[in-house]
Design a protein. Structure first.
Length: 184
């Protein structure tokens, strides 16, 4: 039986999806004029940048995607290129969310439509992105990556986690706290 190299990524997706649910709910409430917690949106930006992008996407891009390319998957015109393009599109939405939230925090409500557009756009993009990874790319990786590559991949995941040992737990707690506040 092969060592699984994507289960950890799927588990990380669960936490990212929980944050996306919070972003969606907060955007709905903001659109109805019922929610003006700008700190939440800035915390969501921090979560996305630190956990989803620098932690999770970094492992995908530096470890999983690299292993797939070394095993023969093309970098261009491939699922990897499509996933990287979506990572970049997500980063653009996050920049837009941050800029609009900073304007709102300074008392300029004219950025609220942009905040809603980017929050909703990010949520929609990432839900589809995660679905493609969980149901297409990750199962493909599990089928094609040879066993001899897998231990080094897991070591690389551990090394990435060691660079920020408290990150996952910090953001898991933050998501739980916001779930209590926003979803209850």
């Amino acid at each position: 039986m092969k060592t699984e190299v994507t289960q950890e990524m799927i588990a990380e997706h669960r936490l990212i999806l929980r944050m996306i649910a919070l972003v969606e709910k907060s955007a709905e409430r903001l659109a109805r004029g019922e929610f003006r917690n700008w700190r939440f949106f800035l915390d969501a930006v921090a979560f996305i940048r630190d956990y989803a992008d620098r932690f999770h996407h970094a492992k995908e891009e530096a470890v999983l995607f690299t292993a797939l390319v070394k095993n023969g998957m093309p970098e261009k015109q491939s699922p990897i290129e499509a996933m990287l393009m979506e990572h970049d599109a997500g980063r653009a939405h996050v920049r837009g969310m941050e800029e609009a939230t900073q304007r709102a925090l300074a008392g300029d409500d004219s950025g609220i439509p942009a905040l809603l557009e980017h929050a909703r756009g990010y949520a929609k993009l990432l839900r589809g992105h995660i679905n493609k990874e969980d149901t297409i790319l990750y199962p493909l990786a599990e089928r094609v990556l040879p066993e001899e590559m897998r231990p080094a991949m897991l070591d690389a995941y551990r090394a990435a986690e060691a660079r920020a040992p408290e990150l996952a737990e910090t953001y898991r707690r933050m998501v739980e706290d916001y779930e209590q506040e926003i979803l209850s």
